[in-house]
Design a protein around this ligand. Structure first.
Ligand SMILES: [Zn+2]
Length: 483
């Protein structure tokens, strides 16, 4: 927690410069400063705990020109102390911080502590914040959310050492009600931007980052994962989409869309795709499948970039692989229908056969997701017929660009195909045929996602891509691209 706490403490200090009052006693609300001791004009209510010497000095300062000097200590608990007045309520949570300095020649463990009496009258000593304070370096001891024990009376805030009897200096002592940070402000710098996403990403990749669950858990499910990262990226990329939600929810009325005959009701949410984007729909066939990690890798590569894609599921593979489909849905991906038995001859089948293949898979997907959806259909082997055209009640995204993963293409080759299409200006609006069943595909997607973002593309679902580009889709028609 050290790094983030220091960052927060510095911000707090910056915000407090100019406040000279040592203690402000008034009804407190979030962010209100309750204690701000800079020692610029006095000892700001601090004194010695025992016979040590506590005095204002300009020999050292963290902030301004003065600090508090503590010397002649004979006990580790000797230090600078201040009584916490009625502005603090026992049982409530507050932010505390102070800057400390020592020049003993070695690191010293220092503590910001609370002395208080409990309801039985016993005096207790609690640690609010502690750190190993290096020699000759101002260090901020900080706890942004310390709960004063309920029922505590006779409460004293003080600075002490763990063992050392060295002299030390104290400056910039602050206490306030904890600031309520907005969702997404992972690093608590009061902006929601790429730095928050980068911090969360580093955390998710296993690096030691002290991210704040409350601000990073974007979907409020109590877990930090790539879903939160996707939501966070959307938040800072399109903040205007998120600032009006409280005011618009009450005024939103749902009117049934007016559809032309055969027009598929495209309900995709495209609010996350910024204006002026190039869009491309990566689509993955033949899952769900157990015993491979390719789908997971594809999911994570997409989510890391804040992207979506469409997954066409093969009906007879659904049983016992339901979680993969649920996970795709949770990530905002499009769940779609690749027929029940993936027949080689769907184009030879009559209307009953076509409908059976369509309906059995749709019903299985409905059971997994718990809702009835008009899933898009990817035709097995892309085989199409007049019967299919006249029978299927949903559109059939086809193949605007074939990754060729099914024919054994390497990851490099797949990347080359898609980058080549982008470089020639022909990728925008295309449906890309891929499969979630190949290592090469997963590897290619892992490398393509960052590249596509850098080149101005948003990878989205098929239905998102069509809606974003104002293109309607019709039942029984095949679509290779939006154009
Ligand atoms: Zn297939």
């Amino acid at each position: 927690m050290v790094n983030i706490r220091r960052t927060i403490a510095r911000l707090t200090i910056t915000a407090a410069i100019g406040l000279i009052a040592a203690a402000i006693s008034m009804p407190a609300s979030a962010g209100d400063m309750l204690l701000s001791a800079s020692f610029e004009s006095g000892t700001d209510g601090f004194s010695a705990r025992a016979s040590e010497t506590v005095s204002r000095t300009n020999a050292k300062a963290y902030d301004g020109q003065y600090s508090l000097s503590v010397s002649n200590r004979s006990q580790a608990w000797n230090g600078a102390v201040i009584s916490l007045g009625s502005a603090w309520t026992s049982g409530e949570t507050y932010s505390f911080s102070c800057a400390v300095y020592q020049g003993s020649g070695e690191a010293v463990d220092m503590k910001l502590s609370l002395q208080y009496d409990d309801s039985s009258g016993t005096t207790n000593y609690a640690q609010i914040a502690t750190d190993s304070v290096p020699n000759d370096k101002w260090t901020v001891l900080s706890n942004t959310a310390y709960q004063i024990p309920a029922g505590a009376t006779a409460r004293y805030l003080y600075v002490e050492t763990a063992e050392s009897l060295c002299d030390f200096y104290v400056d910039a002592v602050f206490s306030e009600l904890p600031t309520v940070y907005r969702k997404g402000d992972v690093n608590h710098d009061e902006a929601i931007d790429k730095k928050d996403a980068q911090m969360l990403l580093r955390y998710l990749l296993g690096e030691p980052e002290a991210v704040d669950l409350d601000t990073a858990d974007m979907n409020g499910d109590g877990k930090l994962n790539v879903i939160d990262l996707t939501l966070l990226r959307k938040y800072f990329i399109y903040p205007e989409r998120y600032t009006t939600t409280t005011t618009t929810t009450t005024t939103t009325t749902t009117t049934a869309p007016v559809l032309k005959p055969g027009q598929w009701n495209n309900t995709a949410d495209i609010s996350w795709i910024p204006a002026g984007s190039k869009t491309v729909a990566l689509s993955f066939d033949d899952g769900p499948i157990s015993g491979q990690n390719y789908a997971t890798r594809i999911h994570e590569a997409l989510t890391k970039q804040g992207f979506h894609a469409t997954f066409f599921y093969w009906g007879t593979r659904i049983a016992s692989n339901e979680n993969e489909i649920k996970e795709a849905e949770r990530r905002g991906f499009e769940v779609a229908n690749h027929t029940w038995s993936h027949p080689e001859n769907l184009d030879q089948q009559d209307a009953n056969g076509v409908m059976s293949e369509y309906t059995k898979c749709k019903d299985a997907l409905n059971r997994v997701l718990g809702v009835d959806r008009d899933y898009l259909v990817r035709l097995p082997y892309l085989k199409y017929s007049t019967t299919i055209a006249n029978t299927l009640p949903v559109p059939c995204p086809n193949c605007g660009l074939d990754s060729g993963d099914w024919s054994g293409n390497s990851a490099d080759r797949i990347i080359q195909i898609i980058q080549g299409e982008a470089n020639s200006g022909a990728l925008n609006g295309k449906v890309i045929l891929m499969h979630e069943t190949y290592d090469a595909t997963a590897t290619a997607v892992e490398q393509l996602c960052p590249w596509l973002e850098q080149h101005g593309y948003v990878v989205c679902t098929v239905s998102e891509m069509f809606k974003y580009n104002n293109k309607e889709m019709y039942a029984g028609k095949v679509y290779n691209s939006c154009w």
